[in-house]
Design a protein around this ligand. Structure first.
Ligand code: GLC
Length: 534
């Protein structure tokens, strides 16, 4: 097996810092809070923590509107707190990955203040300014991802500026070499401080059509859909020249040893894999969100796994994501029982897994009434179910008031079930979801075939998905029952013999022999070490 990098062997864990652990009683999580929970993460077994933005920000989009790329928002701490976090994480062999938000700044960033000051300002061209259309309206039909037009008129200078997200998030002009150089220095600033890599926010947005042509209408748009779905984003995102920009980012990453570049990309598989770069000079890991949108049936899952596996270029490394701070939680999407099988799938597929905080204890979406919404998307387009607050609620640590998250008033409400669904309770129960996650992670570590082996589908019939992970050294079979009914005598390939390493149902004995066929209980998944390769 070729030598692998840490980000190929390892498991990423996303922390949404506002909601992980508060230490100063303001009801919002902070860096010292993450530091206080590092031992939990070590015991869980993950390798790298990706922290959503912690930079100074007016928080119009909760930190995805950055006002200073080289600082820490006082809400989260300061640079000393950050250095302490890095030091203590590294002492535990945990990597720290930051969220880099290069597509747009806050409208409060000093660069934008200069840019909007006048048409002659040297920073004017750092952002995207266009004259009004002949009728005085926006320059084209591009929509904001959070509703309404993506252009805001600036009466003082008589032009519109472009913002793919909120009015308060003006897009930087990545065609301007000064912008690129300034942003490269931001990466260097954090890498010099010890940061192990970056998750790059909306990386497929960085370049827009040079002529700002209209986006075509989306034939599938219907009533109740978000505004952004009115048009296909074929001119405003995913432009061919974005790849050269990303290659430059990658070259900066490669100036430092052992760092990783992850890209956030919501695109179909064929477009997604272009982000590895034509000669792998792009992102190490273009995030693969296929499981987030997949319908939970064996043939469908097998199909998307096969399509993705086949599409990842030679030398490119696959990855899988079950959830993040923009998506309904996995336990709410597919149900608590299936979440156990989903955990097994995530941690046995070929490719680096990324977990979302709280999914390991089965946290569910917490309903937030529209009038209590914090998320700007929900506020802009209320009642369509677009809000992202439900998946951002405080981590449920224990049964004490506010789940041990804060001594103050939490910025979002706790889940109603936190006294029974929490880390402390599940640590005491080996059969809990947390216990299963810990076992799965330990198994992935103990059996390199689970991160480095090839993938081969065996069966995808009805509700049963069976696949193999194979290397020269070992062969592991994974069988998942996605349904709530018993699956008796699932035939396995001739000659299959092995022993059970782990089941999602804790009472199945480990080391149980498997020969020729397998029966699975409702929502049961098992991992079997085969005696010999098939
Ligand atoms: C990304 C982030 C999301 C944010 C948006 C704008 O999709 O994950 O939370 O609102 O970019 O920065």
């Amino acid at each position: 097996m070729a030598q692998t990098q840490w980000w190929q062997r390892g498991i990423f864990y996303q922390v949404y810092p506002r909601s992980f652990q508060d230490t100063n009683g303001d009801g919002i999580g902070d860096l010292d809070g993450i530091r206080a929970r590092l031992d939990y993460l070590v015991a869980l077994g993950i390798d790298a923590v990706w922290i959503s933005p912690i930079f100074p920000s007016p928080m119009a989009d909760f930190g995805y509107d950055v006002a200073d790329y080289c600082g820490i928002d006082p809400m989260f701490g300061d640079l000393d707190a950050f250095d302490r976090l890095i030091e203590e994480a590294h002492a535990r062999r945990l990597k720290i990955v930051l969220d880099f938000v290069p597509n747009h700044t806050s409208d409060q960033h000093p660069w934008f203040a200069e840019s909007r000051a006048s048409r002659e300002n040297p920073r004017r061209d750092w952002y995207i300014w266009r004259d009004p259309a002949p009728d005085g309206g926006p320059p084209n039909n591009w929509m904001s991802n959070f509703g309404g037009p993506a252009w805001t008129y600036d009466p003082a200078s008589g032009q519109y500026y472009y913002h793919a997200f909120l009015t308060q998030q003006p897009d930087l002009n990545w065609r301007n070499p000064q912008v690129r150089a300034a942003m490269h220095d931001v990466l260097r600033f954090w890498m010099a401080r010890g940061v192990d890599g970056f998750r790059v926010d909306v990386i497929w947005h960085l370049m827009k059509d040079a002529n700002f042509r209209d986006n075509p209408p989306n034939p599938e748009y219907g009533p109740g859909d978000a505004d952004i779905r009115r048009f296909l984003q074929t001119r405003s995102t995913d432009q061919p020249d974005v790849h050269a920009i990303i290659a430059e980012l990658r070259a900066v990453i490669d100036e430092y040893e052992d760092r990783v570049l992850i890209g956030e990309i919501y695109l179909p598989i064929d477009r997604l894999v272009a982000y590895y770069g034509e000669n792998l000079e792009g992102a190490h890991l273009p995030f693969n969100f296929q499981l987030i949108h997949a319908s939970w049936s064996a043939p469908r899952l097998a199909e998307l796994i096969a399509d993705y596996d086949a599409a990842v270029p030679e030398g490119g490394w696959p990855n899988w994501v079950l959830g993040n701070h923009d998506q309904p939680r996995i336990a709410s999407r597919i149900g608590a029982r299936r979440a156990r099988v989903a955990a097994m799938l995530l941690l046995t597929l070929r490719g680096t897994p990324t977990m979302y905080y709280g999914d390991e204890i089965g946290m569910e979406n917490v309903p937030i009434a529209t009038e209590d919404a914090h998320d700007p998307w929900e506020k802009n387009e209320p009642g369509l179910g677009l809000g992202r607050d439900p998946e951002r609620t405080p981590m449920q640590w224990d049964a004490s008031p506010n789940a041990g998250f804060t001594n103050g008033r939490p910025w979002l409400p706790l889940a109603a079930d936190f006294t029974t669904r929490n880390v402390a309770v599940q640590l005491e129960q080996p059969a809990s979801l947390l216990g299963l996650y810990r076992d799965l992670i330990a198994l992935r570590r103990a059996h390199p075939v689970l991160h480095a082996g090839t993938y081969r589908k065996i069966t995808a019939l009805g509700d049963v998905l069976v696949f193999l992970r194979e290397s020269a050294e070992e062969c592991v079979l994974v069988a998942l029952n996605l349904a709530g009914t018993v699956q008796d005598d699932i035939p396995l390939p001739p000659g299959t013999q092995g022993r059970v390493l782990l089941s999602t149902e804790p009472d199945r004995p480990r080391e149980e022999r498997v020969e020729g066929h397998l029966s699975l209980r409702p929502h049961e998944g098992v991992i079997v070490a085969l005696d010999a390769r098939l």
